[in-house]
Design a protein around this ligand. Structure first.
Ligand SMILES: C[S@@+](CC[C@H](N)C(=O)[O-])C[C@H]1O[C@@H](n2cnc3c(N)ncnc32)[C@H](O)[C@@H]1O
Ligand SMILES: [Zn+2]
Length: 259
């Protein structure tokens, strides 16, 4: 079996003692503390799968293709959040870089097409198996530590991940992102957030209806959610506040540079 790091300008570290891992022909091993990291189907495996995310991703998270053709044209006009995110990635993800996608699930075409080399980290093995077909490398791991040597990446992205990390662990995650970034590197993040938008605050005055139309559909009925988003987007557009449509309030788009 060949090393998963063959021809990659990257080094993996031991999650126990942070020494460099070395390939022994079958697995990655830490000569400092003896830890062994198996490699399954070319994917280094630092942890077990999380049953909740395996299930969640299998139902709700595809490989995110760029919107193309007629769909792409329509999305440019509609106040859809997916289009706004894509536009954000296009604006801030640099080209020709080594990019780390944390909590990648199956991955994103916009990252794969931009980066010179794209690496995905997630705990969900089945999603990583697909991600590995689009990215240069997929790694099954948590994020503390991120199992790469310091200064490995020009760009680290997170898409709808930081909201899933417990509050007590967010500072460590930020430190880890900063550690694996090169000096001058960039971290680009879409962070889920509860909405402070006036229309959503208004909708929340009727909690049962809000739950029925805005919370349940996220889990159960994407078509109804899309209809609700378009309806509120249209109302908002009509009110003349098109610069700040509803969907902007449901995530924060954050970019950080490592000085
Ligand atoms: C909402 S999904 C987002 C997936 C993908 N980034 C996207 O934009 O569609 C959150 C992802 O974060 C991953 N995740 C959550 N906590 C994690 C952790 N501690 N370490 C690694 N991945 C984690 C989950 O397995 C899941 O794939
Ligand atoms: Zn070790």
């Amino acid at each position: 079996m060949k090393s998963p790091l063959d021809n990659l300008p990257l080094g993996l570290i031991c999650p126990s003692c942070r020494a460099a891992l070395e390939w022994n022909g079958e697995a990655l091993g830490c000569y400092a503390c003896g830890r062994r990291v198996p490699v399954k189907d070319g994917i280094p495996s630092f942890c077990d799968s999380d049953a909740f995310y395996e299930q969640y991703i299998s139902h709700h998270v595809p490989y995110h293709l760029n919107p193309a053709g007629l769909k792409g044209a329509i999305l440019r006009l509609l106040p859809y959040w997916s289009w706004r995110e894509w536009r954000f990635w296009r604006r801030y993800v640099p080209r020709g870089v080594w990019l780390l996608d944390l909590g990648c699930a199956r991955g994103r075409e916009i990252f794969a097409e931009r980066a010179a080399g794209c690496v995905g980290v997630d705990t969900a093995f089945s999603a990583l198996a697909e991600c590995a077909r689009h990215y240069r490398m997929a790694v099954q791991s948590g994020m503390n530590p991120i199992p790469f040597e310091s200064g490995s990446f020009d760009c680290v992205v997170t898409s709808h991940v930081i909201g899933h990390i417990p509050a007590a662990e967010k500072d460590d995650l930020c430190s880890e992102i900063a550690r694996v970034l090169k000096t001058g590197g960039r971290s680009v993040n879409v962070i889920e957030t509860d909405s402070l938008h006036p229309l959503v605050r208004f909708a929340k005055q009727r909690p049962q209806l809000y739950y029925r139309y805005f919370v349940e559909p996220v889990i159960e009925n994407p078509v109804r959610l899309a209809a609700a988003e378009v309806a509120l987007g249209a109302v908002h557009y009509t009110l003349g506040q098109w610069r700040y449509p509803l969907d902007h309030a449901q995530f924060i788009a954050a970019v950080f540079e490592k000085g």
